[in-house]
Ligand binder design. Structure first.
Ligand SMILES: [Zn+2]
Length: 359
């Protein structure tokens, strides 16, 4: 059995297997009160007992945790060409694959290659004909299609969730936190609202302040992930899309991508530190919400190959063949649920447009 797939089952296995070890240790302590010979015998027995306990502990399924990161608007050809050592480090553990966004062209699920519709594709596991977000304004999400955070908080309210985001609407509108019609659930950890804090981050020409906000968001995310270890988190960083609209393809865009990679590096280091200190099994998924047009790199919305082609970097060592066969952005929802051991309620599962790429 792959114990990481079934954490509740393996936790039961752990408890039943741990008890004999605990009993041995206790009984050894109980008789270790005699002279030199006894102390020697006891030392041997203790070492045997202590050797036994870690064996039992090795059966523990580490607590599953997941964080997904959206780096806005980076085409696959760019992420493949520009040096991104931190993304490479994550991919070297799991994998890197090109993926697709935009849904089935010419069918009801066809979705503009636009930011908010893309985030909604990921967080609801559905295309726009269901989640009802077709643009970045006049947002009116259909909350009947539950997002991943609502699923987690409904299925297992004890689990902690976090959002670290350069766009506050992700939390308040797209996910519908605290809204009765969206399920009335609440994040445990939040770093956002910075783009509307003009005292701390006054607007700068060409959205340069957004890069500073991305820095603060990534830093905040890294600190909370390492200190609190939320069960599911979303990190959203924006500046690459801004510089893309401003300058298109070129050196400035490449440099912004490298800056994003450094921010991911801070998050990845925090998770490595967290994982070293806790019995946890972290899934990291880094992706983007759309590509850009081939002519200039400034625009996106349509269904050309470059606009529809995104990418996924993950540390998962449980990748299915689907991961290597052009998965879709809507596959991320069921993949994360699988890793977390969350059983998706039927009313949600029956509407999902994606399939897991993690086994
Ligand atoms: Zn975008």
């Amino acid at each position: 059995m792959d114990i990481q797939r079934y954490p509740s089952v393996s936790r039961r296995r752990y408890r039943s297997q741990c008890r004999p070890g605990a009993r041995i240790t206790a009984s050894v302590f109980g008789i270790c009160k005699g002279g030199v010979l006894w102390r020697w015998v006891c030392a041997v027995m203790l070492s045997l007992a202590s050797a036994f306990v870690p064996v039992a502990s090795a059966e523990v399924a580490n607590t599953p945790k997941a964080v997904f990161v959206i780096l806005d608007g980076i085409p696959a050809d760019v992420i493949e060409r520009v040096e991104t050592p931190h993304l490479d480090a994550i991919a070297s553990v799991g994998g890197y694959a090109r993926a697709s966004v935009g849904g089935p062209v010419g069918q009801p699920g066809e979705t503009p290659t636009v930011s908010a519709p893309g985030y909604m594709n990921l967080v609801t596991g559905t295309w726009a004909n269901k989640h009802n977000v077709y643009e970045n304004y006049n947002l009116s999400p259909n909350y009947a299609y539950w997002n991943l955070f609502r699923v987690v908080k409904t299925v297992d309210p004890a689990r902690k969730i976090g959002i670290f985001s350069t766009w506050t609407d992700n939390r308040t509108v797209l996910l519908g936190e605290r809204q009765p019609e969206a399920g009335d659930w609440v994040f445990d950890y939040v770093v956002d609202g910075l783009e509307i804090d003009e005292v701390r981050f006054p607007k700068q020409p060409k959205d340069a302040h957004i890069a500073l906000i991305d820095d603060a968001v990534a830093k905040g995310a890294a600190a909370v992930l390492e200190r609190e270890g939320p069960d599911l988190s979303w990190v959203y960083l924006q500046y690459t899309d801004d510089i893309g609209h401003e300058h298109g393809d070129g050196e400035l865009f490449d440099r912004a991508v490298m800056d994003m990679d450094a921010r991911v590096g801070a998050i990845w280091s925090a998770i490595a530190a967290r994982q070293a200190a806790h019995a946890e099994d972290w899934l990291v998924i880094v992706t983007t919400d759309h590509g850009r047009d081939a002519e200039t790199g400034r625009d996106h919305e349509g269904h050309t190959a470059r606009e529809r082609t995104i990418w996924i970097v993950t540390n998962s060592t449980h990748l299915q063949p689907r991961f290597w066969e052009m998965p879709e952005i809507v596959d991320i929802f069921p993949s994360i649920a699988r890793h977390l051991g969350i059983t998706i309620p039927d009313n949600v599962a029956q509407h999902l447009d994606g399939q897991t790429f993690i086994h």
